[in-house]
Write a protein that binds this ligand. Sequence first.
Ligand code: ZN
Length: 174
Amino acid sequence: MTPVYEGAIQDLIDEFDELPGVGPKSAQRMAFHILAADAARVERFVEALRAVKARVRFCETCGNISESEQCAVCRDPRRDQRVICVVEEPKDLVAIERTREYRGLYHVLGGAIDPLSGVGPDDLRIRELFARVGGDVEEVILATNPTVVGEATAAYLTRMLRTMDVPVSRLASG
Ligand code: ZN
């Protein structure tokens, strides 16, 4: 976009403009909203941005978003340790949790295999998944997205997990 304002306000517009789903007009509206807001409100916003970078990380076991080594799901002893549901992103895990029908564990891949975008198996948390199966895990449910890359990822994982003798099922989601 063509810079119209100068200095700090334009810098802020540019920052909002970088966010996914935000166009130049929305970026401008957001920047002026911040400009008009009281200082305490802006301070809370700045603190929320800082805190998310300082405190939030990924669960060492499943890759879910967490503020400690293990996420809330992995820490919960009531979860069924024998079932792992594989999803692409933490938001997919949240969507399944909202249904309150699944009581097993998760594995977050961090995306899908997408050769056209240069994303191969080694770019995702697939090795970590294979390390978790075996042992107590009796079933892996593949809940990758019903997209071309999601289906291709599910097909790849099915092939690999079958060689490891792990029962695999595909969760139809939409
Ligand atoms: Zn976890």
